[in-house]
Design a protein around this ligand. Sequence first.
Ligand code: ATP
Ligand code: MG
Length: 290
Amino acid sequence: MTMAPETAIDAPVLELRNVSKYFGSVISLKDISTSVRAGEVTCILGDNGAGKSTLIKTLSGVYQPDEGEVLMDGQPITLDSPRAALDAGIATVFQDLAVVPLMSVWRNFFLGSEPTKGKGPFKRFDQATAKSIARKELKDMGIDIRDPDQAVGTLSGGERQSVAIARAVYFGARVLILDEPTSALGVKQAGVVLKYIVQARDRGLAVVFITHNPHHAFPVGDRFLILNRGHSMGDFAKNEITREELTAMMAGGAELEQLAHELSRDSADPQVREAGREFKDEAADLGIAD
Ligand SMILES: Nc1ncnc2c1ncn2[C@@H]1O[C@H](COP(=O)(O)OP(=O)(O)OP(=O)(O)O)[C@@H](O)[C@H]1O
Ligand SMILES: [Mg+2]
């Protein structure tokens, strides 16, 4: 009897093992391990300079790790270019989105992968098909674009993110990486993007969601990797951490508490003392100060 080759059914789609990345003397990532699973949202949280973008660039083929390894479906993989990552099914929506504002929604949807009609010299871009696919795919994600001929630049920030997400889903991404998709958005628009993140997850994609904001991460996240100056502060499943703990770890709770304390007590200016008290109340509401 022949043994079946070892298959890793439960293997995460992507896995980082002890990954480090240095830029000269700057330690951008040190000994980071985490796993990214299908049908889950993995959140990567951290303050400015924490290493979030470096981490996703390592997953999207822009950087190679100096130490450690990246595994896909349980096998070590070298992502030596963004194209290699894309071919492996890892789609990244960068903060600037790489959309062309003056181009229509449907052209942006198919940018670089236009459907064609006819053969040989008669081969041409099939506009009617492209428009109807773009409209249908967006509709399936609950995005109602009135007119696919509309320029992407006229869409709201949230809608633009949504087009980029729908595009990655349509072109068969298995892993969808979103770098701070909600940070420039108002509350309502951010909510819309969070909804699409959940939809992509429900379609079975492994979603990697980078954010500063624990209030955006907590409702949609299944796992939380918290980075601080390149180091992992912990990698938690949802049932291992509360929203308050997440916020406190993100905000550097102790430092904020100290600041609130100093503001409310020590200033000679009553307005500053008042601001300090309000700040302290707010911090208490968020669970980052008592
Ligand atoms: N190409 C590079 N050359 C030199 N240093 C770099 C490079 N890329 C990142 N770094 C450094 O690595 C550290 C982490 O940067 P990174 O951009 O990953 O942080 P981040 O968590 O994405 O921050 P932000 O929230 O501001 O986007 C920073 O100290 C940064 O200066
Ligand atoms: Mg960044």
